[in-house]
Design a protein around this ligand. Structure first.
Ligand SMILES: Nc1ncnc2c1ncn2[C@@H]1O[C@H](COP(=O)(O)OP(=O)(O)OP(=O)(O)O)[C@@H](O)[C@H]1O
Length: 656
């Protein structure tokens, strides 16, 4: 049976059949279900099961596999940020609000707070009817889209998703024989130092680092050394020079279109990372430079060598040893916080860092420096300078795994507060590779330090010491596959095969399913932020190209009002209506007026504001004539200054 015939048939009968369905639904909401099973969710589940029952009873030949997976997606949508649930439900609510049916406030209220009134049967069933109708409509759209995706231009789909030789995607880089030079070894072995020395001698060079922090650091260091250097990260461009000698950037912003004499790509072992690795692969395959210096772990040598062979490039590898030895402390600190100069206590949550900071400062009677992920690079650098300099009292550092890469810190001893962290879903053991990377920060080589004293690593508590010992002995596994995704222009071409009303997410899922690449590669997660992609799908006027260019927008669902924040940006892009940052309703700039934070809560609010400003600038970099950057750059600088001062306040324990 053709899907279109099925849809018409179902539609005609659905009004009649739904009357039968709702009689099987409970009409009062047993209190025991609250709060997590609030009436709104209960109704939703009833509507879904009612749909399932209907389709089963009618023995409808719907395209096999569509309905169960569709209902599963709906059923699993548990929060208002899972659009399949929230969007459907809001549309159902909107259709009811027009009938001013009092159930609307009940349900809306119950999902937001907790219902204090039982639902009335007549409201319950009419809402249920609407909800089932909505689910059915969405199912049909979903099934139609799947049908189109699977039966349109199948041959052309295969061509666009089958990458026989990824090297051919970068003809400019293939136009010359490049020289791939690897600098490999453990942390603190001088790899980056030597690569940068070569970069400084080049006429035209590029440095690509894994973090904004590293790109900033190289930008500042080269300019301080009199090398004209510009900066490009996902959020900002600093172009003090018209013809810079070097461009410092984050890996994702690496320019494969331009030609260079020398390129340096740091932390090359990230090439296997399922989320971000595609950016390193793009650099390795696509950088149009005579010399490409890759710094990182030994584990990447075989993989890079095989790729260099496939692209016909020369290959050289330099092995380095640690400049300062690293040794395991004789035992743990047995829980005692009597820390000394040069100690870095590593914790894996912001809450633990601040709790430990307070205890350590009480114990040693001095302020400590702090470095953690949600601090902007500028503030992390400022804290690192406090810790590194002799003229400040902050001689002990409290840090998260954010110190694993990049920052030059004169750490003598790394002390792990714990070897477990919350992954966002559950408590996991810190991977051995990350333990070793963080441990490797101890004993940072200082040219001025004649003794080159060894670095020490240990744990705060006895029960973690054995786990540390084991982690330090785990051999590093050789990488076998580089993470890869097609260049945006290939995916954009693929999207043009289909009608524009098909959600980009469905096209992306289809592409990823068909994607096939030959050689030592694995399909990446495409660096897609599905959370924001779902949000952008609801911005009607956004084109497919817009959605693709916004795929990697660096925002997570944990930021307050994240969905609304993204949607406002999407709407301005779609309509071309220009905005400055102060026009954005979900960006509380008034926090800046509240002055320097003096409590942890105020600091968190300012960090979140800074994060939103960074996301705003990330979008502005891509739509500079619509999402205007001027006011945002001022707000970013102000926020960073206030964060740096706020940290001192909070460090000094000045609470309001
Ligand atoms: N030959 C050298 N002369 C002076 N300083 C050096 C030399 N080699 C390394 N250093 C310094 O030692 C420290 C570590 O060097 P570098 O960052 O290059 O090591 P790495 O192996 O890249 O470390 P990581 O893996 O942590 O990035 C840096 O502060 C660097 O400036």
């Amino acid at each position: 049976m053709k899907l279109s015939f099925f849809i018409n048939k179902f539609k005609v009968r659905s009004c009649y059949s739904f009357q039968r369905l709702h009689s099987t639904i409970p009409v009062s909401v047993p209190k025991k279900f609250l709060p997590y099973d609030s009436p709104g969710n209960l109704l939703w589940r009833s509507a879904l099961s009612g749909m399932e029952t209907y389709f089963e009873k009618q023995n409808i030949e719907y395209p096999t596999g569509y309905l169960p997976s569709f209902l599963e997606r709906c059923r699993n949508a548990k929060t208002n940020q899972e659009l399949a649930y929230y969007d459907l439900k809001k549309r159902a609510l909107k259709s009811l609000i027009s009938s001013r049916n009092e159930i609307t406030s009940d349900i809306y209220y119950s999902d937001r707070e907790y219902l204090r009134r039982p639902l009335h049967q007549k409201n319950y069933t009419s809402y249920l009817f609407h909800l089932q109708q909505m689910i059915a409509d969405s199912f049909f759209a979903y099934a139609r889209f799947k049908d189109i995706l699977e039966n349109t231009n199948v041959e052309l789909q295969r061509q666009l998703t089958n990458i026989r030789n990824p090297g051919e995607l970068y003809p400019a880089a293939r136009s010359q024989k490049r020289h791939i030079i690897m600098h490999v070894g453990p942390t603190n072995s001088g790899k980056t130092y030597h690569a940068l020395q070569r970069l400084k001698q080049s006429e035209k060079g590029i440095y690509a680092g894994p973090l904004r922090l590293l790109a900033h650091e190289v930008f500042n260091r080269l300019n301080a050394d009199g090398i004209k250097c510009n900066l490009i990260t996902g959020e900002e461009i600093r172009k003090p020079y018209l013809n810079p000698q070097v461009l410092s950037c984050t890996v994702e912003m690496c320019r494969t279109q331009n030609s260079f004499e020398v390129a340096v790509v740091d932390e090359i072992q990230m090439i296997a990372d399922p989320d971000r690795g595609f950016a390193w692969t793009e650099c390795l395959l696509g950088l149009n430079a005579k010399e490409i210096h890759l710094c990182g772990e030994e584990s990447a040598v075989n993989l890079v060598m095989s790729i260099a062979k496939s692209t016909g490039d020369d290959f050289t590898v330099y092995h380095y040893n640690r400049l300062n030895r690293l040794k395991l402390g004789k035992g743990s600190l047995n829980g005692k916080l009597k820390l000394r100069e040069g100690d870095c206590l590593v914790a894996f949550s912001r809450k633990d860092i601040f709790a430990l900071k307070k205890k350590v400062e009480e114990k040693i009677g001095k302020r400590t420096a702090v470095i953690y992920g949600s601090l902007p690079p500028e503030v992390r650098n400022q804290q690192a300078n406090l810790f590194n300099s002799d003229s400040h009292e902050e001689k002990v550092l409290l840090a998260s795994d954010a110190i694993g890469m990049g920052l030059n810190l004169s750490v003598k001893r790394i002390i792990f507060h714990t070897l477990k962290k919350f992954s966002g879903k559950e408590i996991i053991d810190i991977p051995a590779s990350q333990v070793k990377q963080i441990a490797g920060r101890a004993g940072r080589h200082q040219a001025s330090d004649s003794e080159q004293s060894p670095g020490v690593v240990t744990t705060l508590y006895k029960e973690d010491y054995e786990a540390l010992k084991l982690a330090m002995k785990v051999p590093t596994k050789n990488l076998t596959r580089a993470s890869i995704k097609p260049p945006d222009y290939v995916f954009q071409k693929y999207c043009t095969l289909f009608p524009s009303d098909i959600p980009v997410r469905m096209i992306l899922e289809r592409y990823a399913k068909l994607f096939n690449v030959h050689g030592p590669y694995s399909a990446s997660n495409f660096g897609v932020n599905f959370f924001t992609l779902d949000l952008l799908e609801t911005v009607q006027e956004l084109t497919v190209e817009d959605k693709i260019s916004l795929l990697g927008i660096p925002i997570g669902r944990q930021l307050p009002n994240a969905p609304e924040f993204v949607r406002v940006l999407g709407k301005h892009i779609a309509t071309g209506r220009r905005m400055q940052i102060y026009d954005h309703p979900y960006l509380p700039l008034e926090i800046i007026d509240q002055g320097i934070p003096s409590t942890n809560e105020e600091l968190v609010d300012l960090e979140r504001l800074h994060k939103k400003i960074v996301v705003y600038l990330w979008v502005s970099l891509r739509y500079p004539n619509i999402i205007l950057p001027e006011a945002a750059l001022v707000a970013k600088k102000l926020t960073e200054e206030m964060l740096a001062k706020g940290l001192v306040n909070v460090q000094a324990g000045i609470e309001k």
